[in-house]
Design a protein around this ligand. Structure first.
Ligand code: SF4
Length: 296
């Protein structure tokens, strides 16, 4: 069983293998190393029914070596979210997105197009990306560039996740699992109620999809303990990759969270070791020294 996303990529035979950057440039024929950033109107490929795709983009990291292990990626942040996790580090993105300036879609697309010579893929994060109705068309642009696409999601929209996977618009899904799949517990950790069965469906869809995936849980001492992590690990028994992220008391949606001390790293390691009884791979984010949190 693959031990990390890079190995999972190599194992993945159900999706088209991404081209090497030099091959991609020849095939797509869009970019050259001397290209300047284009800020004019972006015209979508003709198979987009001739319509421009406009999606609100509130953050863009042009390149990251650590967000998707083993890959050089751009990261796009979309606003709004249907959850209100008290520890959320992007309160401005989900509560007051209209106060943030949008980056024009064509600017982001053209910048990525310009970097096709060395870029492996794009991570579309949030907020909750699946809340945007143009998400499929947006992702199609990157798939037409023949680069990898990873979707970050909270798993509350299983039908959207399934549709994107079925249409081969994503190569990898990274899904948060907020808590054990008990309605009262999930409501507490997520800050609002959502249908817990939707979370269960998303887990099932992702695990059965054959594409790369990662499940992840942010572990806050006032919300989750070792038994909760074990419960989650049992729910995703056999999963290829499960990552525990330590809660961090900064820029939290709920100001009371700023006074909460994270678990010591040794405790987090113990949680991960216990989870490994059920999943094929579990680590504490940061321990492997390669993947960082989004930098909101
Ligand atoms: S942590 Fe993620 S799922 Fe929770 S409110 Fe923030 S963006 Fe939404």
């Amino acid at each position: 069983m693959p031990q990390n996303l890079a190995e999972q990529s190599a194992d993945n035979s159900s999706h088209k293998k991404p081209l090497k950057p030099c091959e991609r440039l020849k095939r797509v024929g869009w970019a050259s190393p001397t290209n300047k950033l284009h800020t004019g109107n972006f015209t979508c490929p003709s198979n987009f029914r001739g319509k421009s795709v406009v999606i609100p983009i509130k953050g863009f990291i042009e390149n990251s070596l650590i967000e998707w292990e083993g890959k050089i990626v751009s990261i796009v942040f979309l606003p709004t979210c249907n959850l209100r996790c008290p520890y959320c580090h992007a309160p401005h993105l989900i509560q007051t997105p209209n106060n943030l300036e949008s980056i024009p879609t064509n600017v982001v697309i053209n910048k990525i197009r310009q970097n096709l010579g060395w870029l492996d893929g794009v991570v579309v994060s949030g907020g909750e990306p699946t809340s945007h109705k143009n998400l499929d068309a947006f992702l199609k642009i990157f798939k037409d560039m023949e680069i990898l696409v990873r979707l970050d999601t909270n798993g509350t929209n299983p039908h959207v996740i399934k549709d994107l996977i079925d249409r081969k618009l994503v190569d990898c899904v990274a899904m948060d699992i907020k808590s054990p799949l008990r309605q009262d517990k999930h409501d507490l950790v997520a800050g609002v109620s959502c249908n817990i069965e939707d979370i269960r469906k998303s887990i099932h869809i992702i695990m059965e999809s054959g594409i790369d995936y990662e499940f992840r849980t942010t572990v806050c001492p006032t919300q989750l303990d070792g038994d909760d992590i074990e419960d989650i690990a049992k729910t995703i028994k056999g999963a290829g990759r499960y990552v525990l992220q330590s809660f961090r008391p900064n820029h939290c949606l709920d100001a009371d969270m700023l006074d909460v001390q994270p678990y010591p790293v040794e405790t987090m390691r113990d949680f991960a070791a216990n989870a490994r009884k059920y999943v094929n791979y579990c680590c504490v984010r940061g321990e492997e020294g390669k993947v960082a949190q989004r930098n909101w």
